[in-house]
Design a protein around this ligand. Structure first.
Ligand SMILES: [Zn+2]
Length: 113
């Protein structure tokens, strides 16, 4: 366990040296301070849960905390699709007013069409 932790610490430093203190997804500068939206995270590009290799440096990248939490255990393709869908929803939402957004979908109760 101690050896694995040491290996992880060394791997983490190598990935930071390679990628710099910059989120590879959003370009934000990352920080070593804990519990910030831009806290440094090391992401497994193909999640371990989806068969990605935990110790392969080509499967690792620096992300900010916000991006890593958003990505979760999704692949980059799944994450990009989710972000595109959210952007499309936001684009459509911006075209209707607050009043229109608050309108009920149907009149006359839940069973009415
Ligand atoms: Zn980011």
């Amino acid at each position: 366990m101690l050896e694995r932790q040491t290996n992880w610490n060394i791997m983490r430093k190598y990935i930071v040296k390679r990628d710099g203190l910059v989120c590879r997804a959003c370009g934000a500068e990352v920080t070593l301070k804990r519990f910030q939206p831009n806290t440094l995270h090391i992401d497994h590009i193909v999640p371990i849960a989806k068969g990605g290799d935990m110790w392969d440096e080509t499967n690792m990248q620096v992300l900010c905390g916000a991006c890593n939490l958003s990505k979760g255990s999704k692949t980059m393709e799944e994450w990009e699709a989710q972000k595109a869908a959210a952007a499309e929803r936001d684009r459509i939402t911006a075209m209707i007013t607050q009043e229109e957004q608050a309108m009920p979908l149907f009149e006359g109760g839940p069973n009415a069409l």
